[in-house]
Design a binder for this molecule. Structure first.
Ligand SMILES: Nc1ncnc2c1ncn2[C@@H]1O[C@H](COP(=O)(O)OP(=O)(O)OP(=O)(O)O)[C@@H](O)[C@H]1O
Ligand SMILES: [Mg+2]
Length: 305
């Protein structure tokens, strides 16, 4: 996936955004609450994302990540609050919003009885795209699926299906791309390919909103991250800022069969505290997982609402 190829692909896209929104806030979430029966899936979520950001929403299972994406992509209505993409209200102007976004959902919703090419063709026809044949060929090449274009999707591996799902989301050359757990269950090599793809999109100025359970993914890709816990945004900042809040180093030690963590400002502090600990110890730099544990007492991916 060469950056020049991406640029060429994107340059053939017509401008669809008013300039004001290109230079302003691309995603505006204003006190969104979503209630399902007795469950408050989102609780007054407020967030602004600028054009060109790669924003990562982190949180354990059931935190409200997919609910957020569904509301922003017009698939679900908020119980209260408002949201806009590129200046378009998601409830009042769903068509204008759909015109500028691409979505790769958490659940793979490709038509498995069609080929890769047919999946893209049906999607492109629904979106009334011009130059469909050429764009499908280009996007399949960029996704590394050219040789499998005429194979049925049901015969694809999980990684290939995930890549096709993302390719489909890119076919319309969206200004804003939503990726819900784009690398879940993928091997490290395919995960790296998807990271490269997101980096290329970022170079081209596409705004990316992704959710992930993988801390290293958020650290590798995101300009900013938000941590969601039980529908509430409990932290927001660059990965560096959030790590700085918990201290730069962590002392890990064992106590009664459990791993304990002490957050320290410096390696020296961690060393000095480690003197009183018995058994194996690890001193390492802090990561976003430490931020998450400090804020919630839970590990990402483990908590359930
Ligand atoms: N259609 C629905 N009906 C009832 N409850 C729902 C519905 N969709 C989501 N929920 C609930 O809302 C909460 C948030 O779910 P959501 O799918 O947004 O979480 P998530 O952060 O995406 O989790 P995961 O990491 O498992 O994908 C959960 O408690 C879930 O059970
Ligand atoms: Mg989800």
């Amino acid at each position: 996936m060469d950056r020049r190829q991406w640029t060429a692909f994107y340059l053939s896209a017509p401008p669809r955004l008013p300039l004001a929104s290109v230079f302003g806030h691309m995603i505006n979430i204003d006190h969104i609450t979503k209630i399902y029966g007795a469950i408050r899936a989102l609780d007054s979520l407020t967030l602004v994302i600028k054009q060109g950001e790669v924003f990562g929403l982190l949180g354990p299972n059931g935190a409200g990540k997919t609910t957020t994406i569904k509301i922003l992509t017009t698939l679900s209505k908020p119980t209260s609050g408002r949201a806009a993409i590129g200046g378009h209200d998601v409830e009042k102007e769903p068509l204008a919003v759909k015109n500028i976004i691409g979505v790769a959902p958490q659940e793979i919703n490709l038509d498995k009885e069609l080929t890769a090419e047919q999946n893209l063709r049906v999607y492109g026809m629904l979106h009334r795209l011009d130059n469909l044949g050429r764009d499908i060929k280009d996007i399949l090449e960029l996704a590394g699926l050219s040789e499998r274009s005429n194979h049925l999707v049901r015969d694809f591996s999980g990684g290939m299906q995930r890549r096709l799902l993302i390719a489909r989301a890119l076919l319309t050359k969206p200004n804003v791309l939503f990726l819900d757990e784009p690398t879940v269950g993928l091997d490290p090599q395919v995960r790296r390919q998807i990271w490269d793809l997101v980096r290329n999109l970022k170079e081209n100025g596409t705004t990316v909103f992704l959710t992930t359970h993988y801390i290293e993914e958020a650290e590798a890709l995101c300009t900013r991250v938000g941590i969601l816990s039980r529908g509430r945004l409990i932290a927001l900042g660059t990965p560096q800022e959030l790590k700085g809040e918990v201290g730069g180093f962590v002392l890990e030690y064992q106590e009664n069969g459990n791993t304990r963590y002490i957050l320290c400002q410096s390696r020296e502090e961690a060393h000095s505290l480690s003197q009183s600990k018995k058994g194996p110890i690890i001193i390492r730099e802090s990561n976003l997982e430490d931020v998450f544990i400090k804020l919630t007492g839970e590990r990402i991916g483990k908590a359930e609402q």
